[in-house]
Design a protein around this ligand. Structure first.
Ligand code: GTP
Ligand code: MG
Length: 200
């Protein structure tokens, strides 16, 4: 699939204010600074579409983009952003979880994790929570350009082994770089299978 057109539609902090759930939708989530906005821009061939920043906590709203006039791609705020105070963080995480639980047209939630790090507790807990809630997920390892192939290979294996301690099989997994566009085709192909016209 080629993304020919990506249009910003709306930023909200409440699923009730989101665009009508009348189109297929995929969303991207993960820790602050993991590279969600950069990955979205890479997929859409538009480096100005979603705002990116080297400072964590850039995306603080739910952002809907309409792709090829037919489906929604959503940039969600990062979880586990340490610098906001606890009350704000709870509010933040409540609106994200409430979005995930209530958005009827959410076909797949892509959970981004940094390929450089060992599996982190917060990510594993979030993945487990999605499992309990029966949210369809896929895992996207980001920033693979920062690793030598052998190290990447090892980190992938560690992630897979860790997931297999809890799951019978791993969710679909993708290995990407917004820098050198690795993984772009694979991810777009997978998304195509999700959003191409079929009954909702
Ligand atoms: P929040 O909106 O704050 O939650 O962050 P985010 O997950 O949207 O991350 P963002 O895309 O803003 O990227 C964070 C930083 O990582 C930026 O400095 C990016 O340039 C950098 N970055 C993102 N993806 C990659 C990648 O694939 N490779 C490299 N080398 N850097 C990346
Ligand atoms: Mg962002």
């Amino acid at each position: 699939m080629i993304i020919k057109e990506a249009t910003f539609i709306k930023s909200t902090t409440n699923y009730k204010d989101s665009p009508l759930p009348d189109k297929h939708e995929v969303a991207f989530i993960g820790r602050s600074n993991v590279g969600k906005s950069s990955l979205i821009n890479m997929l859409c061939n538009n480096h100005k579409l979603a705002k990116t920043s080297s400072t964590p906590g850039k995306t603080q709203t739910i952002n809907h983009f309409l792709i090829n006039k037919s489906w929604y791609l959503v940039d969600l705020p990062g979880y586990g952003y340490a610098k906001v105070n606890k009350k704000l963080r709870n509010t933040f995480e409540n609106f994200i979880t409430s979005y995930i639980l209530n958005r009827q047209n959410l076909d797949c939630l892509f959970i981004l994790v940094d390929s450089r790090h060992e599996p982190r507790k917060i990510d594993l807990e979030f993945i487990a929570w999605c499992g309990e809630q029966e949210i369809p997920i896929a895992i996207v390892m980001t920033k693979t350009d920062k690793l030598k192939p052998a190290v990447l290979e090892k980190n992938i294996q560690v992630y897979v082994d860790t997931l297999l301690q809890e799951w019978e099989e791993t969710p679909p997994m993708f290995y990407t770089s917004a820098e050198n566009k690795n993984g772009k085709e694979e991810l777009l192909e997978y998304i195509e299978g999700i959003v191409e016209p079929h009954d909702m």
